[in-house]
Each structure stands twice: as C-alpha cells, then as structure tokens.
Write a protein of this length. Structure first.
Length: 135
C-alpha cells in the first residue's frame, strides 16, 4: 500500500499534460483512469485521473492558478523502469533535468532520473532497491 493516495496538480492545459504524463509514466504502469467533464468540476476545467491498476493516483486539472513548480517522485522496483520513464518522458516532450544514474549524494543505491514537464514541474523516478546494484 502506498503512503500517498494521490497527488493533484493544477496545469495550464489538462489535455497536453494528460498526453505527457500518460506517455512518460507508462513504464510505471500509469494510464488514464477517468476524465471529468468541465461542467462537473470545481474550477470549470477539464480533469484527468491517471494511475496504475485502475486507480487515479495523479490528478491533473486546468482553469485553476498554477503555482510554483512542484517535485514529484515516483518509486520504481527496477532500474530499467527509471530508464524507460526518462526515455518516454523525453519523447513526450519533457526536458532533461538529470539522466538516469546513481545519486551518491543521497546514497549508493539511489538510482534516479529527472524530467521537467510542460508546466515546469520536476518529475523524478527512483529505484532504491539494493539488489538492483550492478557491478
């Protein structure tokens, strides 16, 4: 069970962000779970819920004030998933903010990659499993 149930982000364009996150987080098993019509939202904007296993863990909505960029970190069970996220996110239009690799300043098995999304948010996928250490 995840400690975090879901995260919600105000974005400039919910459709653009949905396409980005759907592609970038596909290696983590994320897909579109639900879309809410603007007539049924608090902000009057489009709302998308994405997540793994049919549960919306990430909500994106527009027509609301976007704030300072946020940092979202997602866990991965294998380093290959970190690599796949980084490649998928770049192909989806994200900007490189740190290629996959060990971040020794955290610890010797902190394998992560970072991407800036279309709204300037810093996304991270990290594998911290010691058994994934190679060499």
């Amino acid at each position: 069970m995840s400690v975090i149930d879901h995260v919600e982000i105000a974005v400039n364009d919910a459709e653009l962000s949905r396409r980005f996150y759907e592609q970038a987080l596909a290696p983590l098993g994320f897909s579109l779970v639900i879309s809410v019509n603007p007539a049924n939202t608090r902000t009057g904007g489009l709302r998308h819920g994405l997540g793994p296993d049919g549960y919306p863990r990430l909500w994106l909505h527009d027509h609301d004030k976007t704030g300072s960029p946020v940092h979202l970190a997602f866990s991965a069970e294998k380093r290959i998933i970190v690599d796949q996220f980084w490649e998928a996110a770049l192909q989806a239009g994200g900007k490189d903010n740190g290629a996959p690799g060990i971040r020794h300043h955290y610890h010797d098995h902190y394998y992560a990659a970072y991407i800036i999304d279309p709204d300037g948010n810093n996304l991270e996928v990290v594998c911290q499993i010691k058994s994934e250490i190679v060499g």
